[in-house]
Design a protein around this ligand. Structure first.
Ligand code: ATP
Ligand code: MG
Length: 332
């Protein structure tokens, strides 16, 4: 519990590009639902973006505003949730350094998400900052003493590390941190339009929340379907089809009927795609309206980030004072 008597939620996104349906299903939707029940902190992870984008930092400020607009468009209410910028709360970096003293390189090397991402990151080598980003994520969660972290399932190994690190800190010095728990959504990993297991900003297989109706229709038209289905009346295998996955997540009511007809070969891929386009268009339409409202007021968006970051910084200063005291580093 914090000063407003609510448990605290921490989540966030790397500011590496526009958010997509995977973010919505995996975590953003949950954040919107939770925002009046929990004290919700949402982190624009610009430092974590640098782990793969350190050669082109100029893209980060653009993405920062895009992701902020994505939040507001998706229904995050700035009067309830605190949206803040990671690099502007330097106490998080300080806490990362303290935590890094008792995290082993082996634990990081064996982290399955780090392993999978380092293969797909496009980086020629495994960099220290990249290898260590789960430690920085532990600090993101710990600095504000968050107890609930809504995230996709790729984040579970990181959450486990965050739990270990905070437990270790508490044992070594003095209990300062609560143990965070993950809140995994009903659709923890949304498949990409190319059939890749994860829709991801960096894989080019995403349907962005900011898509216009035309862009949406095009992405759906180009999406892969069941490769075994060559002719319209061939029986389909919905479980291997990304389009069916989207029906299940975003149009649960019609999914059983789609499934039956696909398996029987009585609905073609074109019709199935037409229907998911309609469903998704309905989901995105109110987001487009909210986005347009905020996009016309860039100063207001900046103000939201300034106020949010100021609040996060205040919390961080208090926690770091406790941390230094617990470690005996409060010299004068
Ligand atoms: P990048 O490719 O730059 O890493 P990303 O698309 O993986 O981007 P992140 O910013 O790394 O997005 O992830 C932010 C949050 O969104 C995490 O909680 C993650 O689990 C969730 N998330 C991302 N992609 C998906 C997906 N396809 N399905 C479900 N959740 C997702
Ligand atoms: Mg990622």
């Amino acid at each position: 519990m914090n000063q407003v008597g609510k448990e605290r939620v921490l989540t966030g996104d790397r500011v590496t590009g526009k958010l997509h349906l995977g973010h919505y299903a995996g975590s953003l939707q949950n954040r919107v639902h939770l925002q009046n029940k929990y004290d919700t902190m949402i982190l624009l992870a610009d430092i974590q973006a640098l782990t793969t984008h350190f050669e082109r930092p100029e893209s980060i400020s653009v993405h920062l505003r895009e992701v902020a607009l994505d939040y507001l468009a998706a229904g995050v209410d700035p009067n309830q949730a605190t949206i803040f910028v990671q690099s502007m709360v330097p106490e998080i970096a300080e806490l990362t350094v303290f935590f890094s003293m008792f995290v082993t390189v082996n634990a990081l090397r064996h982290n399955p998400t780090v392993k999978a991402e380092s293969k797909g990151s496009g980086l020629d080598e495994l960099y220290y900052g990249f290898l260590g980003y789960p430690v920085s994520q532990a600090a993101d969660i710990a600095f504000c003493k968050a107890t609930v972290v809504p995230a996709g399932e790729d984040q579970l190994p990181h959450l486990e590390l965050a739990r270990k690190v905070t437990r270790r800190f508490n044992e070594l010095y003095r209990p300062v941190f609560p143990e965070p728990r993950a809140l995994i959504s009903d659709s923890p990993r949304l498949v990409g339009t190319d059939g890749n297991a994860k829709m991801s900003k960096s894989l080019g297989n995403a349907i962005e929340l900011a898509s216009s109706s035309e862009e949406l229709a095009l992405k759906v038209r180009r999406a892969v379907t069941d490769p075994a289905r060559v002719r319209k009346h061939d029986p389909g295998h919905p479980e291997v089809c990304p389009i069916y996955a989207y029906h299940k997540v975003f149009g649960a009511d019609q999914a059983p009927e789609i499934r039956e007809n696909c398996e029987r070969g009585t609905i073609g891929c074109t019709e199935c795609k037409r229907r998911i386009t309609l469903t998704l268009d309905l989901l995105l339409e109110p987001m487009r309206e909210r986005r347009a409202r905020y996009a016309g007021k860039p100063d207001l968006v900046d103000e939201i980030l300034i106020v949010g970051t100021r609040r996060a910084r205040g919390i961080a200063k208090e926690t770091l004072a406790e941390v230094r005291e617990a470690m005996g580093l409060d010299y004068f």
